[in-house]
Design a protein around this ligand. Structure first.
Ligand code: OOB
Length: 543
């Protein structure tokens, strides 16, 4: 395992600094700066609980002190698996205060994903809720721990809520109220450098388990700031976090971080239902929010009931998966807001339609890059650029796009071009305006309404079922999800049904959204001339 993290060439770094994209400030120092400049303004709202910028800063200090007491220090990785609660933000900044590195897990992740994250990041701690969505995360952490070897890194599990009896888990509440120890960490950011890794995001994945994406203070702050500029955020912005808060879209496009940078207020929605969201829009005067396409029809239906005052809502972003054009056209009038399509990726590049783009561009494209220094290439299968209007694979590099996955040297050799462009695996058409239209995908991934499923990961797990001898997972168009997953199975005897398959994958510890929506038994998997499973041929067999 190589310890050298691929990063931008020196000339590029110098340029990004010179033009002011990279400001050379850590997130820990940024929070200190905000608290000094606008300490009295409300930064964060969760139900009846509110934090001003000064209180957010003080809270980060308190929690950091408790984490420091556990031995967490600069550079240590800590997996955060928390639902949309203020604690996500408080803990995130507390880790920044120590120069420690949050790893963003999703609430739906289970034993396989969390165990993998802990190992891949060599995390020293995990932070989980007690229970969420009728699931006990303490049980999950017991299972993760049971699979750890004696030399493994995980030392602490912090529970937000009830840690239960015994000493297995550290209580978050106890952590933040711990008496000060003699030696504090005593710095704004634990001495972290702006070019250090500030957080690790998860890739949607195409091979086995998800890869970790290193994001530095410099690049991630710019990601949030560039998006905040496109969305014209200011101190009057009230952002509602509806999608999982650890999702890059919600957290920094411009989301939580962009709003805080602009001096606005972040409100967390405990669930994505339009009823919950609309009540918060009304109460808190929400001006901006972000959605994935499957939520859009529900939001439009609820708005049509006429029982809500959505007058404050100015902009609604939609991204994560392709938004049907018809929905894009209806959404703005339905909510009385400007629609913005966002085509982004945890790896970096964010495309957004502009608030003053003509309706046709807003409804029929997925936007253009956030930064003037985002480099976009659209290439054919030989890697040669194609003319505008022609579909090809999107390659990109720029001031906030990674140059290499975390500790994945082998994978990095194929995931990037020799010139450092990230191969997105997305097939796009570029218009003369620079706007991109996403027309397909060459990566072996299913995009189920914004939730990414790496086919290989599920196929490997399917093979652990005693009746299954070969498996291929493909995505097919779906009214509700945009795409749903179908598992083609070769079996001895009759194939297990979709329910049994889902139960088996759950037993294996996989997140629920990875279970195939449908199961089809086939006598054999068709192969291409080079001997790969011919997924296109399989898709054609469906009615
Ligand atoms: C966002 O990030 P990821 O890392 O979960 O997924 C990235 C992939 C893209 O490569 C593309 O395949 C797909 O998701 N995607 C879209 C899309 N937005 C993302 N496909 C079609 N239309 C769109 N609007 O999904 C993400 C991160 C930041 C902001 C927004 C989305």
């Amino acid at each position: 395992m190589s310890e050298t993290q691929r990063t931008w060439p020196e000339a590029e770094k110098a340029r990004y600094r010179a033009v002011g994209h990279w400001e050379g400030v850590t997130f820990g120092a940024l929070l200190r700066h905000w608290a000094a400049g606008r300490g009295g303004r409300v930064a964060l709202v969760d139900g009846d609980r509110r934090w001003t910028y000064a209180q957010l800063d003080a809270e980060a200090d308190l929690i950091a002190r408790g984490l420091f007491g556990l031995g967490i220090k600069r550079g240590d990785r800590v997996v955060i698996q928390l639902p949309n609660r203020a604690e996500f933000v408080l803990l995130w900044f507390a880790l920044q205060r120590l120069g420690a590195v949050p790893v963003h897990a999703m609430p739906g992740h289970r034993r396989r994903e969390i165990g993998h994250l802990v190992r891949a990041a060599e995390a020293v701690a995990c932070v989980v809720p007690d229970r969420h969505a009728r699931f006990d995360h303490r049980e999950l952490m017991r299972e993760v721990r049971a699979e750890q070897g004696p030399d493994d890194s995980l030392r602490h599990v912090v529970v937000v809520g009830d840690p239960g009896p015994g000493k297995d888990f550290v209580s978050f509440e106890a952590l933040r109220t711990a008496p000060p120890t003699a030696s504090g960490h005593g710095l704004d950011d634990g001495g972290a450098a702006p070019s250090d890794i500030a957080l690790l995001l998860l890739s949607g994945g195409t091979t086995g388990l998800p890869k970790l994406i290193p994001r530095t203070h410099d690049d991630y702050a710019y990601n949030a700031r560039a998006c905040a500029d496109v969305c014209a955020l200011d101190a009057r912005t009230v952002y509602l976090a509806v999608l999982p808060i650890g999702f890059n879209f919600t957290f920094a496009c411009p989301g939580v971080l962009g709003t805080l940078m602009a001096g606005g207020t972040v409100v967390v929605a405990p669930d994505p239902s339009p009823q919950t969201a609309f009540a918060l829009v009304d109460q808190e005067g929400v001006t901006l929010t972000s959605l994935t396409p499957p939520l859009v029809p529900h939001w439009m239906d609820e708005a049509a009931s006429g029982s809500w005052d959505l007058g404050s809502l100015a902009v609604v972003q939609v991204g994560g998966a392709r938004l049907p054009e018809d929905h894009a056209r209806k959404l703005g009038p339905a909510l009385g807001a400007t629609v913005q399509q966002v085509f982004g990726m945890a790896e970096g590049l964010i495309n957004l339609t502009r608030l003053d783009d003509p309706e046709d561009l807003v409804c029929a494209t997925q936007g253009r890059p956030a930064s003037p220094d985002d480099e976009v290439l659209v290439v054919d299968t030989d890697g040669r650029p194609v003319p505008d209007g022609t579909a090809g694979e999107l390659l990109t590099r720029g001031p906030y796009t990674l140059r290499g996955y975390y500790r994945a040297e082998e994978y990095n050799r194929t995931a990037f071009t020799p010139h450092g462009h990230y191969r997105t695996g997305d097939v796009v058409r570029r218009l003369p305006t620079g706007h991109l239209v996403v027309v397909g995908r060459i990566k072996d991934q299913i995009n189920r309404g914004g939730e990414k499923v790496a086919a290989v990961e599920v196929e490997e797990e399917l093979l652990t079922h005693p009746a299954i001898t070969a498996a291929a997972l493909v995505g097919v168009p779906d009214e509700r999800w945009g795409e749903r997953s179908v598992a083609f199975l070769v079996c001895e005897g009759s194939a297990p049904g979709a329910r049994e398959v889902a139960a088996h994958l759950k037993e294996r510890g996989l997140a629920g959204h990875k279970a195939p929506d449908e199961v089809v038994q086939v006598p054999a998997l068709p192969l291409t001339v080079v001997g790969k499973v011919d997924k296109a041929a399989l898709t054609q067999r469906l009615p």
